[in-house]
Design a binder for this molecule. Sequence first.
Ligand SMILES: Cc1cc2ncn([C@H]3O[C@H](COP(=O)(O)O)[C@@H](O)[C@H]3O)c2cc1C
Ligand SMILES: O=C(O)c1cccnc1
Length: 378
Amino acid sequence: MRTAPDLDVTAIEAARRREAELTKPAGSLGRLEELAIWLCGVQGRCPPDPLDRITLVIFAGDHGVAEVGASAYPPAVTAQMVANFLAGGAAANVLASQAGVRLRVADVSVAGDHPWPDAVRRWHVANGSGRIDVTDAIPVETAVTAMAAGRAIADEEIDAGTDLLIAGDMGIGNTTPAAALIGVLTGRTAGEVTGRGTGVDDQAFARKRAMVTAAIRRGTPWRDDPVRLVAAIGGADLAAMAGFLAEAADRRTPVVLDGVVTGAAALLAERLTPGARRWWVAGHRSTEPGHAIALAELGLPPILDVGLRLGEGTGALLAVPILRAAAATLTHMATFASAGVSGRYPPPGASRDDSAPATGADHPPGASATRSNAVAEP
Ligand SMILES: Cc1cc2ncn([C@H]3O[C@H](COP(=O)(O)O)[C@@H](O)[C@H]3O)c2cc1C
Ligand SMILES: O=C(O)c1cccnc1
């Protein structure tokens, strides 16, 4: 099995050294420091380039479980929301515009014929996905085609020159296959991974949990075969997302993950290409219980936790300003030496000269120390 490429260790080391030289207490920028170091690792340079060219790809597809009460909304909403994305009226449009992110919609498996531009329909590989509690979502051949479609979409964006990709989802009923995939891939029960999605009532929630239980049972034999697993209990859109995420890692392109649906696709992609997760960050943690479980399995702590349960890439879009802030601080802050700010006291036992004034002569870690109050290694 092919593993994902490593991040650039030299750039990571340079970023760590630079973080320690900046005019702030060591570690005080918290998660921003980790994100800045990660950005250097994925870009292979320190300081990192600003994130000017970011694209969100929303993978749209229908799901048979929505026909039998898995969602609080009717299946027709999937296509109607694709039209809404194209008209600019969805939450993802507004947040993408705020964050300066390009939005692209890919109809991978929306049911029916639609008069959408070729760019939207080009990677259409299925007319919806089957009821996963009783039958396969898609044939295995369609899963293979859908994964290749997701890889092709990633290639198109990477070849066009992108600094960062975001994966988002649109598909009524899609939190049911997402929960089932997370259940199989983390060994959890339907009770642990199933949430209310768009907000189903108690009766529908019980029905949904029963569907997830049945789907987990149907999918468990394919636990170690991501292609057969996504064919059995996922769907074409989830397969395309998994291909997209794996390809981004293969091509050394960072990705911000969104909610429970991209989380399920990420678990699949990590099985396709072990180590791919190093190329991703989790934009947020949604309120769907399966999402926290997926992120824990991936070892990806979310940047934000603000009660979102929408999908479309919205949680990832909200994290973009934080990623940009991380890059900007590492790039533009002064160092102790350049700003003439005194560094940290040396550790107990080390000799120290308290009378030394705060001048530009203090020393960042890694520089040769000629004064006793040089900055300590963090
Ligand atoms: C108007 C509307 C816009 C949405 N945008 C994202 N979703 C989100 O909700 C759906 C998943 O939840 P469930 O599994 O309960 O159907 C997906 O379409 C997901 O993208 C939406 C849902 C609705 C109704
Ligand atoms: O976690 C998500 O992204 C989510 C939650 C509910 C509905 N749709 C998406």
